[in-house]
Design a protein around this ligand. Structure first.
Ligand code: NDP
Length: 333
């Protein structure tokens, strides 16, 4: 049973040396547990935060312990009445090939709705993040201008499409021409900006948003967000979803102070955590599944093959290797 533990706390960008592979014995499930075999695992930007030894909404990962995160697997051993051998389940057992998990910590996957990998992406944590950030805070309306940063990522591409469904004009910001072409040609974003090519991001936003910005779904923070915030309209809404540009920084990044702009535009900027919407996940998932079925939402997954590739897949999030949800395929069902 191969596992990956955190060997050291990354300084700046994470590197391969921060992770250690170990060979552990196959766990034996206790009463109330089943043995699961990992099929796919998720690597996510928030995990970088848990690698730091600082207080946050989720506790830091302990050194030399298995890195926990979103996982999909198959039950291989069960004496529990509600789960049978062969059942497909999702949970948070993380970067290990096998795990003994409490039945209360996993959910059965309804395989009729979508391919199982969707439960780590479009119908999982990242899709739900886009849904609740837009539904509860962004609230885009027909004819409004919506800007999404990190637009070609797992959360961003769904957030942008939700805004398109209500008839908004959507501007996506991403870090490669290939990603921008995908957003425009495949997903129908109205304007796309490759932030790596723009010398003056604020001028680019001004050109792309002649009527100003009504909703800014922020996945990245930093200079990109400073540029967008300069162009917000009266009563703009800004769901603060992520700040990936700062996750590898050792010192806080001091940019523009947007408070005056928020004040004079009576704008709402609100941080949110998808976990706080757990009571409504079922409703959110049903809505997303319906939109996917109707063709209103498409999604992309960047699947790396092989458990050994997990650290690279994680590190790739910070160099923008992924179009859509980054996953690692560990085994076939
Ligand atoms: P993505 O699939 O978007 O992957 C990360 C992407 O971020 C990369 O592909 C890269 O794309 C972009 N990126 C990396 N570094 C930078 C940088 N310095 N500046 C600008 N862009 C950068 O990840 P997710 O969709 O899973 O997550 C997106 C954001 O949402 C993250 O900030 C994450 O922490 C947050 N999040 C928040 C949740 C919540 O509950 N609030 C839940 C889930 C995610 P590119 O090529 O465009 O640079």
């Amino acid at each position: 049973n191969k596992q990956i533990v955190l060997a050291s706390r990354p300084e700046g960008a994470p590197s391969r040396e921060d992770f250690k592979f170990i060979d552990a014995p196959l766990p034996e499930p206790d009463a109330g547990q089943v043995l699961v075999r990992t099929l796919y695992l998720s690597v996510d930007p928030y995990m970088r935060g848990r690698m730091k030894d600082t207080k946050s909404y989720a506790p830091p990962y302990a050194l030399n312990e298995v890195i926990k995160g979103g996982t999909i697997g198959q039950v291989v051993e069960s004496s529990e009445p509600n789960l049978r051998k062969g059942d497909l389940v999702s949970g948070m057992w993380g970067w290990q090939q096998y795990a003994a998990v409490n039945t209360g910590d996993i959910s059965l996957i309804d395989t009729g709705e979508a391919p199982i990998t969707a439960y780590l992406g479009a119908l999982g944590m990242t899709g739900l993040t886009a849904y609740f950030g837009m539904e509860d805070i962004g609230k885009p309306k027909d004819g409004e201008t919506v800007v999404v940063s990190g637009a070609a990522g797992a959360v961003g591409m769904i957030a942008g499409q939700i805004a398109k469904i209500v008839g908004a004009r959507v501007i996506g910001i991403a870090g490669s021409d290939e990603k921008c072409a995908y957003l425009k040609d495949k997903l129908g974003f109205d304007v796309v900006l490759n932030y790596k090519h723009e010398e003056d991001m604020s001028a680019a936003i001004e050109r792309a948003c002649p009527a100003g910005v009504d909703v800014y779904f922020d996945n990245v923070g930093g200079g990109i967000s400073d540029a967008v915030l300069r162009h917000i309209n009266r009563n703009a809404r800004i769901p603060l979803c992520g700040q990936i540009s700062s996750y590898n920084q050792e010192k806080p990044d001091i940019g523009m102070r947007p408070q005056t702009l928020l004040l004079t535009n009576t704008a709402l900027m609100k941080g949110f955590l998808v976990s706080d919407y757990a009571k409504s996940f079922k409703e959110g998932r049903a809505k997303l599944a319906k939109w996917i079925k109707e063709g209103h939402i498409q999604y992309e997954e960047n699947i790396v093959e092989g458990f050994e590739q997990t650290p690279e897949a994680f590190m790739g999030l910070f160099s923008g290797d992924n179009l859509g949800k980054q996953l690692v395929k560990v085994a076939d069902p």
